[in-house]
Write a new protein. Structure first.
Length: 151
């Protein structure tokens, strides 16, 4: 759990980095009004505290042939949720895994090439020990998808 307090400068740095994680510290320092070394120290501290979890390139799935996105709700047998999650983590098509309260125990976001590949994945999921059922919703169009957190 994060315990660090963020001041307005930290928030400005985070806003800039969320928009473009490759922004040079020299550019951030000019925009925020602190030295490049101070920007570096603050970013390092936010990484150590777990506020900045990682820096990655976000690939457009459709551009690499993964044109079908779906959300899969999974129901599990009592006590089997952690084991099921461990198995789901091994599947590269699974982008997100959320343990849920409500109709399903687990909600997945998956990206695959087509309906045939989705069908194969769903059968694999159904065979995981502890899975008692699933419900799939195929995404027709994404209107908004972001990783930017409002600060």
């Amino acid at each position: 759990m994060v315990s660090m307090e963020l001041d307005e400068i930290d928030r400005k740095i985070l806003r800039i980095l969320q928009e473009n994680a490759t922004t040079p510290y020299s550019e951030i320092s000019k925009e925020v009004g602190i030295s490049k070394a101070t920007v570096h120290k603050r970013v390092r501290r936010m990484r150590e505290e777990g506020i900045i979890r990682w820096t990655r390139v976000i690939v457009d799935p459709a551009a690499v042939g993964k044109k079908l996105k779906a959300f899969v709700g999974i129901s599990t047998a009592p006590g089997s949720c952690p084991r099921v999650i461990d198995e789901l983590k091994k599947k590269p098509e699974v982008l997100e895994i959320h343990e849920m309260a409500g109709e399903h125990d687990i909600l997945l976001k998956v990206v695959v090439e087509n309906t045939d590949q989705l069908n194969v994945l769903l059968h694999e999921i159904d065979r995981i020990d502890g899975v008692t059922g699933s419900r799939t919703c195929v995404v027709l169009k994404t209107e908004k998808e972001t990783t930017v957190i409002s600060l």
